[in-house]
Design a protein around this ligand. Structure first.
Ligand code: PEP
Ligand code: MG
Length: 292
């Protein structure tokens, strides 16, 4: 089967309207870039940057992060690299960051919320990202956006960081800014959010969890964790339509993007990019090819 799949490595998928449908990779660290390329990733659809912060006992410095981002961007060449800003909290904690105990950490100070509360940490990461932007095709993505104010605040800080770098004489390349759509409120106001971003990436792992009120880690309710629940399908369709109306593209980086039973449905809804764990890239591309 492996050899049979290999013929899809360099195949590029174009839909009936001539639109290219990309299959990109989700990675958790610089060491996974080669695997992504080996499987023919057309880009990095999600680089979970929090892994640079984990399994250590202090925050990664600006230079350490810069080196990691630069490496991924250079390795990917022209291909787009979506780097998600720190998504910590929820189930992922940093032992060296003393965080208050929370009753419901998945509804707590997580991801962009933590970054907006700890601007020092956020700005260090954004500086590293913008410095790396000259080495490739960078797309910065904010996780867990729940409303317009949060997005505008994150963008304002990004702009501040860019101005500071330029004032220091440090070059900043071209880059895009997008958000994860993984909270129902963001999906519902995606028409408004679409005006403020270059792209969306739908995080179905959290979107399903928050929409259906089903803890994504809880085995007792896993039978309710249903990606094809009509509520989920409606939200996804709504997000894609709202983005396209503003001329923006939409990817998906949650597990649902790798669910071959959903590939066709998502394609028909107009999804522009599937970002999946590297070993699934060829299977998804094969499935897309068989549909088109
Ligand atoms: C998601 O929520 O679908 C997602 C891709 O992010 P994570 O799994 O890292 O929360
Ligand atoms: Mg998520």
């Amino acid at each position: 089967e492996k050899n049979e799949l290999l013929k899809f490595r360099d195949l590029r998928i174009v839909d009936k309207n001539g639109k290219r449908i990309e299959v990109a990779a989700n990675i958790g660290g610089t060491s996974e870039v080669d695997i992504a390329l080996k499987y023919g990733a057309e880009g990095i659809g999600l680089f979970r940057s929090e892994f640079l912060y984990m399994d250590r006992d202090n925050l990664p410095t600006e230079d350490e992060q810069f080196e990691a981002y630069k490496y991924v961007l250079e390795r990917m060449g022209e291909k787009a690299v979506i780097i998600r800003t720190l998504d910590i909290g929820g189930d992922k904690n940093l032992p060296y960051l003393s965080m208050e105990h929370e009753q419901n950490p998945f509804l707590g100070l997580r991801a962009v919320r933590l970054c907006l509360a700890r601007k020092d940490i956020f700005k260090t990461q954004l500086r590293a990202l913008l410095r790396a932007s000259v080495y490739g095709n960078l797309r910065i993505m904010f996780p867990m956006i729940s409303g317009l104010e949060e997005l505008l605040e994150a963008k304002k800080i990004l702009k501040e960081v860019e101005d500071e770098l330029r004032a220091e004489g440090i070059e900043v390349g071209k880059y895009e800014v997008g958000i994860m759509i993984e909270i129902p409120s963001a999906a519902i106001i995606s028409d408004i959010l679409a005006k403020e971003v270059d792209f969306f990436s739908i995080g179905t792992n959290d979107l399903i969890q928050y929409t259906l009120a089903v803890d994504r880690m809880n085995q007792n309710v896993s039978y309710l964790y249903n990606p094809s629940h009509e509520a989920i399908l409606r939200l996804i369709k709504m997000v894609i339509d709202n983005a396209h109306r503003e001329g923006k593209w939409v990817g998906m980086c949650g597990e649902m993007a790798a669910d071959l039973s959903m590939t066709k449905t998502l394609l028909e809804m107009g999804l522009d990019e599937y970002s999946v764990t590297p070993p699934m890239i060829l299977r998804v591309r094969k499935e897309l090819n068989s549909i088109l």
